[in-house]
Design a protein around this ligand. Structure first.
Ligand SMILES: [Zn+2]
Length: 158
């Protein structure tokens, strides 16, 4: 595992002028949940950060919580605990830190979204009415990043 991560910075595929920036501290949290042994279950959480105009700046990823249902090939997030963290950050930051997306792990070296993932993200992005970021953490070093706007989900390229 790399001990120091560079931030991820890329262009929002829906808007050439908009960037997606993910802080290294967020990537370090995600690294902890790679399913790099067969014993590790799927993990997931939500992504929090700032919307600055069309830019997405991710500063926090929530960790799996006690009530989440987790197995090697599935992750079912109990919304309550994650939502509570989001509410707390929103209040502490004077309504600056917002809910920006979701992450979960897959036991795959080159992860790609399942049809269930895509349908869930489409519903979420459509209901939020704003660009949302989605991350799948692979079991090695490769992750999948995408942005959803309405029912369109587009993979980010680097
Ligand atoms: Zn998935």
């Amino acid at each position: 595992m790399r001990s120091v991560r560079n931030p991820v910075l890329t262009v929002n595929p829906f808007e050439a002028e908009a960037f997606v920036l993910i802080e290294p501290s967020v990537l370090e949290v995600l690294d902890q949940f790679r399913q790099d042994t067969t014993l590790k279950p799927e993990s997931g959480g939500i992504l929090l950060g700032y919307r600055r105009g069309l830019h997405l700046h991710i500063v926090e990823a929530t960790r799996p919580m006690q009530d989440d249902r987790r197995s090697r090939f599935s992750f079912d997030r109990a919304p309550h605990g994650h939502r509570q963290v989001a509410m707390r950050r929103w209040q502490e930051s004077n309504r600056q830190i917002d809910y920006l997306g979701e992450w979960h792990s897959h036991p795959e070296s080159f992860p790609s979204p399942s049809s269930i993932d895509i349908r869930g993200w489409q519903a979420l992005a459509a209901s939020q009415g704003k660009p949302m970021l989605f991350i799948i953490v692979g079991n090695d070093t490769t992750d999948w990043f995408g942005v959803g706007v309405g029912t369109q989900i587009t993979q980010l390229t680097f």
